[in-house]
Write a protein that binds this ligand. Structure first.
Ligand code: URA
Length: 431
């Protein structure tokens, strides 16, 4: 088989065979195809697209370039969750302990934040001592014993995706539906769970900025997962404002703790209950989403969901005192942003809020950047809220880095309307 012929075939909009796709993915993962040829191949996919069948073959080929985790020795129903990346998205920190407290096994490999989006691992590391690296054996043991583990992706998983994602990042080929679907699904299938729930973000700062594209991506990922024998749910959620109020690592952990205490923001709580209900039904604990919701709310009211988070933190060497005394988190100096006009909040641009938070030091400009866990932004208003001049819009937590720039960007993120505005969180569900 010849790499140039495969590139030309895709460049000309033809459909590749399973063998051609396997060839190019395997040879690239094994360093036998140079980055310049892979870049051309990715760009050809970007412009020409792929059929669902080609995307499935590519996902399976990518998955098999690394280790596939075998969770079969863990008894019980195993679930996994993934978000396509949002601002203020601390859902996993709430959902994982909430669901695990019901005996469902939550085995999660998470990522780090990059650019304006945050990552679960960085958030967890704002808890003193929290360890995100462990062997696959220890990961499986922990899920077996306490139903929950959240770790970083090990080097052995999905070698092709690691190389391809880095290349896409610098060749303008990230926002391609078949490339995103195969990247996400190859990692999720490698992680070995029985059910996967995907939160596909739509709007400013998300990979998909319209519902039609998000639905195409969600349907494709659902089909790939179903073909691979998984129970799949994709929930499309609005990213035209950050999720919850807090953006920034320690601030988001504090908000997750509040949510597990039953005092979380309405949108975050709703999202966790929605995602959790699908997983509870998939696990067969009850047969309806309404019954599942009742079970989940009981776990919050009884304190069992928060206790599960504490168990996770203890098992991964973090200081549990932070969970019961969030005032222990070190936070930056406060700077307030106040409204200058009257109106309804129409939009809080997620990209700009995420970028402002990154400028303060909460996120990374490049993978090598250091993170400041103590900084970020807490919104005081959400879309639909009414605002009078002088009202608090948001509080910046800063260590002094780029405060003025972040303030200006945050101010620019708020758009007002004279007419009432409706905020909608869950846009669609593909199951
Ligand atoms: N997240 C991923 O893991 N891969 C993509 O391509 C996009 C989002």
């Amino acid at each position: 088989m010849n790499t140039v012929d495969i590139i030309i075939k895709k460049r000309d909009g033809l459909v590749l065979t399973k063998e051609e796709i396997e060839y190019i993915i395997n040879e690239y993962a094994n360093d036998n195809i140079p980055d310049y040829q892979m870049s051309a191949f990715l760009m050809a996919i970007y412009f020409r697209g792929m059929t669902d069948e080609e995307t499935y073959y590519m996902t399976m080929a990518m998955l098999h370039t690394g280790k596939v985790i075998d969770l079969s020795r863990i008894k019980g129903f195993k679930v996994d969750k993934h978000s396509t990346g949002g601002v203020g998205d601390k859902t996993s920190l709430v959902l994982a302990p909430l669901v695990a407290s019901l005996g469902i096994k939550f085995a999660k490999m998470s990522g780090r934040g990059l650019g304006h989006t945050g990552g679960t691992l960085d958030k967890l590391e704002s808890i003193a001592g929290f360890n995100i690296s462990m062997s696959i054996e220890d990961f499986i043991d922990q899920v077996e014993h306490i139903n929950i583990a959240i770790i970083g992706q090990t080097e052995e998983i999905d070698k092709a995706d690691k190389k391809m994602y880095a290349l896409r990042d610098v060749t303008g080929t990230v926002p391609s539906i078949p490339l995103i679907a195969s990247s996400i699904m190859s990692k999720k299938l490698a992680a070995g769970s029985d059910a996967i729930i995907l939160d596909v973000k739509v709007g400013s700062g998300a990979f998909m900025n319209n519902i039609a594209d998000a639905k195409t991506l969600a349907t494709l990922m659902k089909n790939i997962g179903t073909m691979a024998g998984k129970k799949m749910t994709c929930v499309l959620t609005n990213m035209d404002e950050p999720l919850g109020f807090a953006v920034g690592n320690a601030l988001e952990v504090i908000e997750a703790i509040d949510t597990l205490n039953g005092r979380g923001p309405r949108d975050l709580t709703e999202l966790c209950l929605t995602l959790g209900s699908y997983l509870v039904v998939d696990a067969g604990l009850v047969s309806s989403l309404a019954e599942a919701r009742v079970l989940l709310l009981d776990q919050i009211k009884s304190g069992k969901a928060l206790a599960k988070l504490a168990e996770l933190v203890e098992a991964q060497e973090g200081n549990v005192d932070y969970i019961y005394h969030p005032e222990l988190f070190d936070l930056g100096e406060k700077v307030e942003l106040r409204a200058e006009c009257y109106g309804y909040v129409e939009r809080i641009d997620s990209y700009q809020v995420g970028h402002a938070s990154m400028l303060l030091g909460a996120g990374r400009e490049t993978l090598a950047s250091e993170i400041d866990y103590s900084v970020g932004i807490v919104l005081a208003k959400k879309v639909g809220d009414i605002v009078n001049p002088g009202d608090l819009l948001a509080t910046i937590y800063t260590s002094g880095k780029n405060t003025e720039q972040a303030y200006a960007m945050l101010k620019g993120a708020f758009k007002f309307s004279e007419d009432p505005v409706d905020a909608k969180l869950i846009l669609d569900v593909v199951r």
